[in-house]
Design a protein around this ligand. Sequence first.
Ligand code: NAP
Length: 251
Amino acid sequence: MANIFTPNTLKGKVALVTGASRGIGAAIALALSQAGAKVIGTATTEKGAARITENLISQGRGAILDITNTESSLALISDILNQENTLDIVINNAGITNDNLLARMKENDWNDVINANLNGTYRICKLALKTMMKQRYGRIINISSVVGLTGNPGQTNYAASKAGVIGFTKSLAREVGSRNITANIIAPGLIQTDMTDALTSEQAEKMLAQVPLKRFGQVEEIAAMVVYLASDSASYITGETININGGMLMN
Ligand code: NAP
């Protein structure tokens, strides 16, 4: 995919991408780094963090984060602020699924997904906000899902977490707009990653039938929008949900 951004687009900015070891997060981390940002990308393991450091061009590094854990989130943000003195861009991308019909869903399966996807976004945003408020600059981009808007059988927990991310981000955008901080949502449709590779071919076929563009999206197609929203060109966009779903849902 042709890159419309230059290495100066985000020059001098420090960006955090959660869940950057694979899939959408890895593409976002690479695209932000190609656009000139210093990127800290997270994984849940040392091995994953080392891979992120290898994959990022010139600057930036991998770090460890368990988004479900408050101490781990605090340690990560403290470390970034100690080393970089700033945090300009935050992409809350880390997320999990644990699908089941509600009738069979255990309370743990519900809580785990809400804790990772929604509470994790809350934790990182809250910790990053103090610095952004002080410096009167910030870009927050939270990754939701088309499922947070449409619902999906077998995903009450996931859909609730992703709908929650949308309401959360809109409220935050209203709270911090006067400090020159924008907060936006990207709601991807079917994007080819480990998460969608887990679908059976029958499930994938059924889902693609609802996509006018008749294909899975590529991770770079999400990453390009993240770079745009993080750039100065998007400084008057806040509280928006950007749908990238091949036409699966048209508002
Ligand atoms: P993925 O390939 O499954 O990767 C998930 C990422 O999240 C990995 O980097 C993983 O780290 C990290 N992660 C998992 N549990 C974590 C935890 N407890 N703490 C911190 N990080 C954790 O996922 P993806 O498909 O790229 O999806 C990325 C985001 O897009 C998610 O929020 C997802 O809900 C959303 N999304 C995806 C699609 C899609 O079609 N793929 C569609 C709509 C929305 P490790 O590698 O260390 O496990």
